[in-house]
Design a protein around this ligand. Sequence first.
Ligand code: GAL
Length: 642
Amino acid sequence: MKLGTCYYPEHWPESCWAEDARRMAANGLKQVRIGEFAWSRIEPESGRMDWGWLDRAIDTLHAAGLEVILGTPTATPPKWLIDTMPDMIAIDEQGRPRGFGSRRHYCFSHAGYRTEAARITRAVAQRYGRHPAVVAWQTDNEYGCHDTVLSYSAAARLAFREWLAARYGSVDALNRAWGNVFWSMEYRSFAEIDLPNLTVTEANPAHWLAFRRFASDEVVAFNRIQVDILRELSPGRDVVHNYMGFFTEFDHHAVARDLDVVGWDSYPLGFLDSFPFAEADKLAYARQGHPDIAAFHHDLYRGCTATGRWSVLEQQPGPVNWARYNPAPLPGMVRLWTLEAMAHGAELVSYFRWRQFPQAQEQHHAGLLRPDSEPAPGLAEAAQSARDIALLGAAGAAPRQVALVFAYDADWVTKIQPQGAGLSALWASFACYSALRRLGLSIDIIPPGAPLDGYAMVVLPCLPIVPDALVEQLERFAGQIVIGPRSGSRDADFAIPEGLPPGPLQTLFPGKVVRVESLRPGLIHPGAGWEIAHWREDLETSSQLEICAEDGTPACWKHGQTRYLAAWPEPSLAAEVLRRAAGDAGLALHALPEGLRLRRAGNRIFAFNYAAQHTELPPSIQGSLVLGERRLPPAGVTVLED
Ligand code: GAL
């Protein structure tokens, strides 16, 4: 694994570039990610290119022995471009334009902007596609950041109608599939169909699902235009994109089919407030981030490409500026996050950013350097990580133990129709992941249809739409299967399946979900050390009741190798069910102290202490010490070898 940093030469006087590059290399950094917001400097006016500064910046980095990841600048179209076609601006759900003055102010469906994005990509790729320093390209920056996947523009409306015509063939078929007879919502032609915003009350969930699918396809198409140009003009270089955390607005599996390496931007402290963590956890992990945030995304994004190649393209190096609260990481956390990425198989961890910028929107966002160029605390940890990586050498692969199936349309279905506030497939998936990781297991998060060979256990935390191919795979699967709530509960057009949920999964599990209910906070059914909370389902089933609450409310049913979890995978209940399944799967389990997490990599075990106190490795974890001690300090990392 290499280390790198995100650098903005356009922010700094040219006189400091060479010294910056020298210090990067001296601190063990090998790659520099540049250029993704520099359109106004590359092309100050329509058609007038200014390459000189970027030529010199890339040459300076190259001369210091650094490799370059060059971004296409399409996340920040300059003012002159907006002025030539003002309707390229995205429109928000309330119908308001998302104006110039920050970034990502474009609509994915605007044909004119697509042409412009292709033009600037071609220009940059022609100039640097064969430059010896350029080893990879990043397309755009964080598709969807600042809530920008869905645009309610005229361009989107037209493109949506075409997309619907291609998908449904006839408007009658669409009316039937969506159930438009309800509330007299029937259409007479595709040209009558609007976007699902600005309706009096909620629009038809089938309408929303179609719109989300369409919008996701628009991201795929927008990205592919750039990928095709980069492949043509820059052979042999990787094409990457930087995904975000806890973000599901487009189908990341689909975009990844066009990428060589999936990147993601890891801000474990910032993400504490982007997810329904318990208040006590937010406090306990305020300076570390919840112990499963980074690992969850490492394992999710590794599963997005068939090759499993992935990187951290932005790593938090200190306090950020954009979360509700922005504490500094506990000393040692920047190194811990870096080595956790290594243990999960990352190719690169790139710290965002090299130097804190004293102007504009991110003034309080730490860099590896302070604005006065003195080292910030993150720099020493990056340099230490580089030494650790050199000592450890390549990290081996993890054994195949648990496959957790996640689909982006699952999250769309649950967000469109949560039924209980905030309940989402992503939440359910994270809860199951976290429970499995607390048992010391290795987890791969995979899309439906990815191979299941070699796994001892498959978990579907919440998968409303189940493709036939997955059902066939599960029918052949010999290990343990856990099916979570809402799975198999909708067809591809958002209708409840004819034979009731879990629909196609009934070939594995003989039962019908006859009623669901969501539960307000505090309305719980306590069990032995766990509880039913948030959501529960009534079943008619010939399977065996395995776990029920003290008042007899069923929580989990079992039929042969398959369990059906008839309640929300609230952490304590998820732990109870998954521990039983993992035990039946013959997996070796660990009882890990709070805050301790493990990751197997080849013949090594990495142990990470996310707690703010010292902790001890339990006796079940054996091996000779390669790094660290059996007693881990806060933010400590220990590596053992068989
Ligand atoms: C990311 C983004 C970066 C920077 C960073 C700040 O979302 O890609 O450009 O804004 O956040 O944490």
